[in-house]
Structure formats: structure tokens, C-alpha cells
Design a protein around this ligand. Structure first.
Ligand code: C2E
Ligand code: CA
Ligand code: CA
Length: 674
């Protein structure tokens, strides 16, 4: 640099309106940066770093534009230009420092040290930006820094950044409060600007004496281009941040109000719609998929997802158009209809849905059977929508719905806790008072048409409730540890009956007794059976025990040894409801059963459904190949009977086609009439 004596000090002039503009820019940028920064604290769809980066860019560019707009406020009597590359580069330290400073401040707790560190980082960033920006100026003059004022400007930048970051971070909990954000932004903006203008005070511009400054008019730097670029840049930045915030809020809304898998409204929306409703007519149905966990453990989550989507599609295809479908739990859908006089439509739709769901769902060439129960309740009288929900849930919580695949309408006399309690209270009395009794349903050979056996089915004629179906009360007893006693009672009654028939010399057939889940593997069962066999002098060949797949599958090793012992005593053992569970026959084959009972659901659509007919034929063939006695349950029509006899002759048929379950007297009459 030339000697100062050969230089003339230039005095500049500031345009106050542009100065004000530069301060406003700094404040706006701070505000944008703080708003974006805030989203880091909120649960956001985007990663924290996304917001951190965006807010640093906003802050950095803000500082940068403030600087250049500030520079353009200064008019000097010489011409000035900017080096575009350095100009662009000068934005980097500001962006980088903002990033680091926000990063540190976001992690800081009440401790001052991190804020100080963040403040220093920010301050240095602002200053570096400023001085690189200054270096980007190309002009005829030279400039000299006053070191003290220069240091002061850096000091101001650090202190203000520290104060602003501290206020900002520690008022997070009040950040909903716009004032704090605005005040912090103003402090920050003023900090940046004061650093700039103090920095400008630190420089003196000189020209060599040889330059005739009087020929120069005052130059506002030719900044039209720069200002335009800066304005457009800031505008785009604001737009981007506004849009991303909007997008973020939208994503947030979708995530919280819709189910990601089915895209249906979720339990939150469901809750809102039942809570805010005062309709007096309408209905609520809840579909529950019973075996989702088993399906997932057998086939994996992807298949589980496909099944859920397939169920959604089926419900969607049949539901009345005014009904809204929600996915309210992993395995539950709710169908809410709030319209006058749609009950009949709803009823029909629900039946259609469940009959479609009876068909296995095809996923990746696997054919997967699902069990879906639907509970429904209708608005009437004083009932409100919330009550509908309580009621339909009561249905689903009732023990009797386990594994059911049908539409069950809420019945206040059944689906209540008090009903369960009454059953448990009354069951002992029922056994001694002859409220409980046994009905026998014959099984007939498909070839000879001779009776080959009977199934003992429990009946309860309750003095207040009337006839209660075993499908309702047995699950309640099972859930409450009462079923063992009742099974013993059934065993005793059956043995007693056989011994009476023996005494009366009535020729009788093997009688099947249903043995519930946990009882199969209990030593008590063996004990009771052998005791009763000798007490009533009944031949063990006269007895068959029916066990279900679900009851043995949990404890297969013990089930195998229990069944072996029973078979060893000469009893038959049948696998009931075959095909309704998930296990494969090859697995069940390990249990030494003698008989297999093919579930009614395989017969229902035969012979009309070609597919079902093929499936039934295949199952029968499979059972024959294992040399098992085969019983087909639930045969009701001539057509079903014809189809079955066309498949095989060595079958036993049980169903209304031959007879309903009969009490002893009716059975004798039925038998004599044949
Ligand atoms: P399950 O063992 O599968 O009994 C067959 C059920 O199907 C009986 O219902 C019978 O009446 C019914 N059924 C038979 N043929 C036909 C037909 O052609 N069409 C139709 N629609 N149904 C037919 P029930 O008597 O109501 O018994 C229901 C369930 O309750 C039984 O299913 C069984 O799981 C249980 N249960 C009945 N009695 C006893 C018992 O003494 N002990 C135990 N643990 N469970 C029993
Ligand atoms: Ca049975
Ligand atoms: Ca059965």
C-alpha cells in the first residue's frame, strides 16, 4: 500500500432507506431461520438435518444479502465492481457457521458454554462473510482497517449471536409465542447489521492523489443485478421454507390421521367421529381378523400386510356408499354408517362381506384361510354412537366369539359381564337340576346308510335365559376354569346312558364326547375315563373323544402321549373341526388319532362352488390316504349328500340331512322309524 501521505481519504454517504432495507432483510432471514429451526423440535416427517440445513441456508443467505444490500447503501465518489466468484464464496462461511451454531445450540442444555461456543462460531461466520465480501470489491481505491473497531465488530457479532441463540434455545417452550420469535429475530437481525456497519466504520477508503476524484460523481455501486438476485433468492428461500413447512404439516396430518398400510382413516379419526356425533340413526360394525398373529408368524409380515389390504378391498367393495371404513387396530376395521334407514342395507352388506371372506385369500400363490368375525349394533332409542362402540366391543370381548366367522349382533342379554357371571354362578345348579342335558346327533354311513355313531352335544335350558347355545356358554366356562367339571358331568351322563341302553338291550353305537382344549393333556381326563369305564361297565370301544386341532397344537408332545394312552385303553379319538385351523395335516398326523371330522365350512357351498367341491374332494382323498375314518359334518341337503357319495363311499355323514341332535326319547323314536 502507498504511503498515506499520497492518499486522499474518501468520505462516503449512506442511503438511509437502503440501510433500513438491509436491516429488515437481516431480521426476516433470522425469523425464517428460527422458524425452520423450530421444526427440528417438532416431530417431523423430514430428518432433523433437513431442517437444520434449510435454516442454515436461510440464515447464511440472509447475512450475505444483508451485507451486499448494506454495501449498496454506501455511495463513494469512485466506481466499484464486484468479483462474482468471491461474492458467491463469501456466502459459504455464513451458511457453514449458521449450521454449526444451530447444531450446537440445539444440543445445548442450560449450560452457557455451548451457547458461547455457538455464539463464537456464528460471530466468526458473520465476520468472515463480511470480510470476504469486502475483498470481493474491486475499485480504484484502497482501504485500511482500524484494528480496534475491526475487533469490536467481531466482538459485537459474537455477543449478539450468543444472546440470540441463548434466548432462542431457552424459549423453545414459549416458541408457540410469536413475540419471542419476533423479538429474537430482531435481536439477531440487529446484531448482524450492527456488526456490518461497525465493520464498515473500521475501514477508511483512500485513493491516490493522482486520481481526480472530482471528475467522479458519487457512485452507488451498480448493484441492480445483485439486488435483483438477492431479492429473488430470498423470495425463493421463503417460498421453499413455507412450502416445506406446509408439506411437513400435511405429512404429519396424514401420518397421524390415516393408516399407512390401508390408507384408511385411523383410530384417531374414528374416535373423533364417534365422539362428535349426535345422530339418532345409523350403525357400527367392527370386523375382527382372529388369526393375524398366527398368519404373520406362519407367512411373514409382507403376507400379513397383503391379507389386511385384501380384507379392506372386500369390505370396501360391499359397503354402502354412505358408510365410512376405518382401520382402528392391527386386526380390526370399523364400518360406521350414520344415515337414516340404512340398517337393512348394512345387514345385507355385512353378510356379503363375511361370505366373501370365507374364501381363502390368495397371496403370492398361497391360499390363506382367514377367520373374521363381525360385531354390529344399530342406533335406536336413547343409544348414542359412543354406546354403539362399547356394545360392539363387548361382543368382541365375549369368549364365545373366538374363531367364529359370522355377523353377530349385539345382544344385551349375552354380551355383558353380568351374563358371564350368571353363567358361572348357575352352572353348578344346572348340573344337579337337570337344566343341562345331552342331545345326540347320529352319524350315518354313506354307503350302507346305517347309523354308525352318535355325537353327544350339551344343552342348557336356563330358567331365565331360555335355551343357551353351547357355542355361547362353553367358551365362558373354558375361560373361567369351569369346563373340566362340566366335561366330567358330560362323560358321566354319557356313560350312564350307555349302561342304561345296555340294560334295556337297545343296540347302540359309539358315542363321541367333546373334550375341550386343556383337558386333553390333563392326567385328570385319563383318570375320570378309566374310573367311569369300570363304574358303568362300558366297553371302551363304545367311546370316542373329539379333540380340536387348536387345543392340541400348543402342546403337541403331551397331546401325542395323552392320545396314545387313550387309544391304548381302546377308545377312539377324533380330530374335530378339521381344516379350520392353520396347521397342516402332516403335522397333525403325528397325533395317533383314529378319526377326522371335516368341518362344516367345507361342505356349505358344495356342490355349487366348483372350487369348494374340488377342495372337499382333495381333503377326503388325503384323509383316506392316511387310513383315517372320515366324518363329514354339517351335511344338510340332498345335493351335498349326492356329491359326497360320488367322491367316496367309505364316509360317515353327520348333519341335519339325516337328523338334528335329539334327546334320548326322540333318538329312540327316530331310530325305530328308520
Ligand atoms: P361341534 O363339536 O362342531 O358340534 C357340531 C355342531 O354343529 C353342533 O352344534 C351341531 O348341532 C351342529 N350341526 C350338526 N349338523 C349340522 C347341520 O347340518 N347344519 C348346521 N347348521 N349345524 C349342524 P351345537 O350343538 O350348537 O354345538 C356347538 C359347539 O359347542 C360344538 O361344535 C362344540 O364345539 C361345543 N359343544 C357342544 N357340546 C359340547 C360338550 O359337551 N362339551 C364341549 N366341550 N363342547 C361342546
Ligand atoms: Ca364335536
Ligand atoms: Ca365339529
Amino acid at each position: 500500500m502507498s504511503n498515506t501521505q499520497d492518499l486522499i481519504l474518501l468520505s462516503g454517504e449512506y442511503s438511509s432507506s437502503i440501510v433500513v432495507l438491509s436491516v429488515i432483510i437481516a431480521c426476516c432471514a433470522s425469523y425464517t431461520a428460527l422458524s425452520l429451526n423450530q421444526r427440528i423440535q417438532q416431530n417431523s416427517f423430514f430428518h432433523n438435518y433437513f431442517w437444520l440445513a434449510l435454516s442454515s441456508i436461510a440464515m447464511g443467505l440472509g447475512i450475505w444479502s444483508m451485507h451486499f444490500v448494506g454495501m449498496s447503501a454506501l455511495a463513494l465518489p469512485i466506481s466499484m465492481e464486484y468479483d462474482p466468484i468471491l461474492t458467491a464464496i463469501s456466502a459459504l462461511p455464513a451458511i457453514l457457521a449458521s449450521f454449526l451454531a444451530f447444531y450446537i445450540a440445539n444440543r445445548a442444555n442450560r449450560n452457557h458454554l455451548p451457547y458461547l461456543l455457538a455464539g463464537i462460531t456464528m460471530g466468526i461466520g458473520i465476520s468472515s462473510m463480511h470480510y470476504i465480501g469486502m475483498a470481493a470489491m474491486k475499485m480504484e481505491s484502497e482501504y485500511i482497517y482500524n484494528p480496534w473497531v475491526f475487533l469490536l465488530s467481531i466482538f459485537i457479532a459474537i455477543v449478539v449471536s450468543y444472546v440470540a441463540l441463548f434466548i432462542f434455545s431457552n424459549s423453545k417452550k414459549f416458541m408457540g409465542n410469536q413475540y419471542i420469535k419476533v423479538i429474537t429475530s430482531i435481536i439477531m437481525g440487529l446484531g448482524i447489521s450492527s456488526m456490518h456497519y461497525t465493520g464498515m466504520m473500521a475501514v477508511d477508503f483512500y485513493v491516490e492523489k493522482s486520481v481526480d476524484i472530482h471528475t467522479h460523481t458519487f457512485h452507488q455501486m451498480d448493484m441492480t443485478l445483485l439486488i435483483t438476485v438477492v431479492s429473488i433468492g430470498i423470495f425463493i428461500l421463503l417460498l421453499i421454507s413455507a412450502l416445506t413447512s406446509l408439506l411437513d404439516r400435511y405429512v404429519d396430518y396424514r401420518l397421524h390421521h390415516f393408516d399407512a398400510l390401508t390408507l384408511l382413516p385411523n383410530q384417531r379419526q374414528f374416535e373423533a367421529s364417534i365422539n362428535n356425533n349426535t345422530n339418532r340413526s345409523g350403525s357400527l360394525a367392527i370386523f375382527q381378523l382372529h388369526n393375524l398373529e398366527n398368519l404373520i408368524s406362519a407367512h411373514g409380515y409382507t403376507v400379513g400386510d397383503e391379507i389386511i389390504r385384501a380384507i379392506r378391498d372386500i369390505i370396501h367393495s360391499q359397503k354402502p356408499s354412505s358408510a365410512t371404513l376405518y382401520r382402528i387396530e392391527a386386526n380390526r376395521f370399523a364400518l360406521l354408517t350414520l344415515e337414516e334407514s340404512t340398517n337393512e342395507k348394512v345387514k345385507e352388506a355385512l353378510e356379503n362381506i363375511l361370505s366373501l371372506l370365507k374364501k381363502p385369500i390368495i397371496v403370492e400363490e398361497n391360499s390363506i384361510p382367514v377367520h373374521v368375525v363381525c360385531s354390529v349394533d344399530y342406533l335406536s332409542g336413547e343409544k348414542d354412537v359412543k354406546e354403539l362402540f362399547t356394545n360392539t366391543m363387548a361382543v368382541l370381548q365375549h369368549p364365545s366369539i373366538a374363531r367364529q366367522h359370522k355377523v353377530i349382533e349385539y345382544d344385551p342379554s349375552i354380551h355383558t359381564y353380568s351374563f358371564e357371571r350368571q353363567i358361572l354362578q348357575d352352572i353348578n345348579r344346572a348340573m344337579t337340576n337337570h337344566e343341562l342335558f345331552i342331545a345326540y346327533q347320529p352319524k350315518v354311513c354313506s354307503k350302507s346308510m346305517n347309523v354308525t355313531g352318535l355325537e353327544a352335544l350339551l344343552r342348557w335350558k336356563h330358567p331365565e335365559q331360555g335355551m343357551i347355545s353351547p357355542g355361547i356358554f362353553i367358551p365362558v366356562l373354558e375361560d373361567n376354569g369351569k369346563i373340566f367339571d362340566v366335561t366330567d358331568w358330560v362323560i358321566q351322563e354319557v356313560f350312564k346312558q350307555i349302561s342304561i341302553w345296555n340294560k334295556q338291550s337297545i343296540p347302540m353305537y359309539q358315542v363321541s364326547i367333546n373334550i375341550p382344549g386343556a383337558y386333553v393333556t390333563s392326567p385328570r381326563l385319563l383318570h375320570v375315563i378309566s374310573e367311569k369305564l369300570s363304574e358303568y361297565s362300558v366297553n371302551s370301544h363304545m367311546i370316542e373323544l373329539e379333540i380340536t386341532e387348536t387345543s392340541v397344537i400348543h402342546d403337541i408332545e403331551n397331546a401325542i402321549s395323552a392320545v396314545e394312552k387313550l387309544r391304548g385303553m381302546g377308545l377312539s379319538v377324533a380330530l374335530d373341526d378339521f381344516g379350520t385351523g392353520l396347521s397342516s395335516l402332516s403335522y397333525l398326523k403325528r397325533i395317533p388319532i383314529s378319526t377326522i371330522k371335516i368341518d362344516k365350512s367345507f361342505v356349505d357351498d358344495v356342490p355349487l362352488s366348483e372350487k369348494d367341491s374340488d377342495v372337499l374332494r382333495a381333503i377326503i382323498t388325503l384323509c383316506h390316504s392316511l387310513h383315517l375314518k372320515v366324518v363329514i359334518e354339517g351335511v344338510e341337503t340332498k345335493e351335498q349328500m349326492n356329491f359326497i357319495t360320488s367322491v367316496s363311499e367309505a364316509l360317515h355323514i353327520q348333519g341335519y340331512y339325516f337328523s338334528r341332535p335329539l334327546i334320548e326319547k326322540e333318538l329312540i323314536t327316530w331310530y325305530r322309524e328308520r
